[in-house]
Design a protein around this ligand. Structure first.
Ligand code: AMP
Ligand code: ZN
Length: 477
């Protein structure tokens, strides 16, 4: 497996610290609102990476934090007149719902900054002791950037260039810093802000120290991979390296992976620009599997432009895969159990070619775009080899091999192409779908008696309806 390492700016063979194990930390969202689909890109990309590494046999310890203390959370709490923890807890729950709908698996651990304050105080104290940090008169603690010779190694920035830039950025109130490059580890509380006692002042941690502390606590001093969006390379990840390496004297992370931006009209989607769609908004129009598929039509490092057209294309492409899975599933129900002919044996062996294509693409720095092409090749082969009706039915062994491979490869991308109670296989599916459509229409016309009547009629036949954000689903009980 080759991954592009931001640290060396090269694609490198992945060599884990411990054979068969992978420790990975992904910077998570700041929780003050619903996540937007730009935030969903790293979640999807690195969830797919995790799934693929597990498929390859790695035992993955995957940690992703929630930043639950931050200016934006405090601002929102003040606007609503509630405690900041109410805002962060609310949006952590909403974020988890979105993740589930995107089929992003929960991390092994989802630490929260506010629950790790003791560890932050310990790390800051250690940095002060070693001369890498200092407390100013008002109790603010700064990291002494120049004390770390390797500062800039991730973002490939030179300290002196940074210094010129920083000077221009210097704002009043920061003159207590020894050097403009120094950054905050701990800051004194302001009125109405959450705070914790510390040896320096009642206050709260800076953003960067969170991740250094949580990564160390849950994964150890040196980890395999640290990841996030490319906007985090500088200063966030650069600062994390400085803090962690100055504390432990060891390398912080062997590999650094960064996803490119999700853009709209070639500009980064972001809350501050106001050009964003929340995952929730998209879920009202599309099954979020479509969004997940769309995100993987491009390799993760490049920019990805979002548009309605591309989403429609993604929807159609995904449907081609799920239609094929449904066809195979229904063909399997009455496929003959017989020996394979020589031609069928060749087809069976041929399936491995598509698996190899898929793996080669994924091994090449997670090239999901090419991996999807491999899935389409498999779909094409399956569609031409298997007929669900007629006299020349394909044998069960072959149909099953196509179906299992299709489901397995799609699952690595987090795509569920064969729903558990797959409607396509049910002889009454079309009729049930029609009744669901009638019920929807009735609800639209506020004819709730008719809508309820339809639901009850189906229930009597042992079919339950479930109204979800992706539309009404049904299953037999
Ligand atoms: P934030 O809540 O802004 O700290 O972002 C959480 C994660 O989403 C980080 O890894 C960001 O780099 C990432 N992110 C934010 N906006 C975008 C975007 N438009 N495209 C891709 N990733 C993004
Ligand atoms: Zn982080």
């Amino acid at each position: 497996m080759k991954i592009f390492n931001t640290l060396t700016r090269r694609k490198e063979e992945f060599v884990p610290i411990e054979p068969g194990k992978l420790t990975m930390y992904v910077c998570g969202p700041t929780v003050y609102n619903f996540i937007h689909i730009g935030n969903a890109r790293p979640m999807i990309v690195f969830d797919t990476f995790r799934r693929y590494m597990e498929y390859k046999g790695y035992d993955v310890n995957y940690v992703s934090n929630f930043t639950d203390v931050d200016d934006k959370i405090i601002k929102k709490a003040n606007e609503e007149g509630v405690d900041p923890s109410e805002i962060s807890e609310r949006y952590i729950e909403e974020c988890k719902k979105d993740m589930q709908a995107l089929n992003v698996r929960p991390a092994t651990t989802h630490p929260q900054a506010t629950k790790e304050i003791d560890g932050m105080i310990d790390m800051i104290s250690a940095l002060i002791e070693k001369g890498h940090a200092y407390a100013a008169a008002d109790g603010t603690v700064y990291f002494r950037t120049r004390s770390f010779d390797e500062y800039g190694k991730l973002s490939h920035k030179n300290l002196d260039d940074l210094r010129t830039g920083e000077r221009m950025l210097q704002v009043t109130g920061e003159d207590q810093k020894e050097d403009p490059l120094d950054f905050v580890l701990w800051k004194p509380k302001k009125e109405g802000e959450p705070s914790w006692p510390s040896p320096w002042c009642d206050g709260r941690p800076g953003w960067h120290i969170e991740c250094s502390v949580m990564s160390k606590k849950y994964l150890g001093e040196t980890i395999d991979i640290h990841a996030g969006g490319e906007d985090l390379i500088f200063p966030h990840h650069e600062n994390e390296i400085a803090q962690s390496e100055c504390t432990s004297g060891k390398p912080f992370s062997h590999y650094w992976m960064h996803n490119g931006f999700l853009n709209i009209d070639n500009r980064k989607m972001s809350k501050s620009l106001g050009n964003f769609f929340t995952v929730r908004e998209i879920s009202e129009k599309y099954d979020l599997q479509v969004l997940r598929f769309f995100m993987q039509t491009a390799q993760y490092r490049g920019p990805l432009n979002f548009s309605a057209d591309l989403m429609e294309q993604a929807k159609a492409s995904l449907e081609r895969i799920s239609t094929c899975a449904g066809m195979l599933d229904s063909a399997l129900k009455d496929a003959p159990e017989r020996d394979l002919s020589a031609d069928e044996k060749a087809l069976l062996d041929g399936i491995q070619t598509f698996v190899k294509m898929f793996e080669d693409a994924m091994d090449d720095d997670l090239n999901t775009a090419d991996a999807i092409t491999a899935i389409f090749e498999l779909v094409r082969a399956a569609n031409s080899a298997v007929r669900s009706s007629g006299d020349d039915k394909a044998p069960a062994e072959l149909v099953k091999a196509y179906l299992d491979t299709l489901v397995k490869l799609s699952d690595i991308l987090g795509l569920i192409v064969l729903k558990e109670d797959d409607a396509a296989g049910d002889p009454e599916a079309a009729e049930i779908e029609e009744m669901i459509a009638k019920r929807k229409e009735a609800k639209k016309n506020k004819d709730f008696a008719l809508a309820d009547g339809i639901r009850n009629e189906l229930l009597e036949r042992g079919i339950v309806l479930e109204d979800t954000r992706e539309g009404t689903k049904w299953k037999r009980i």
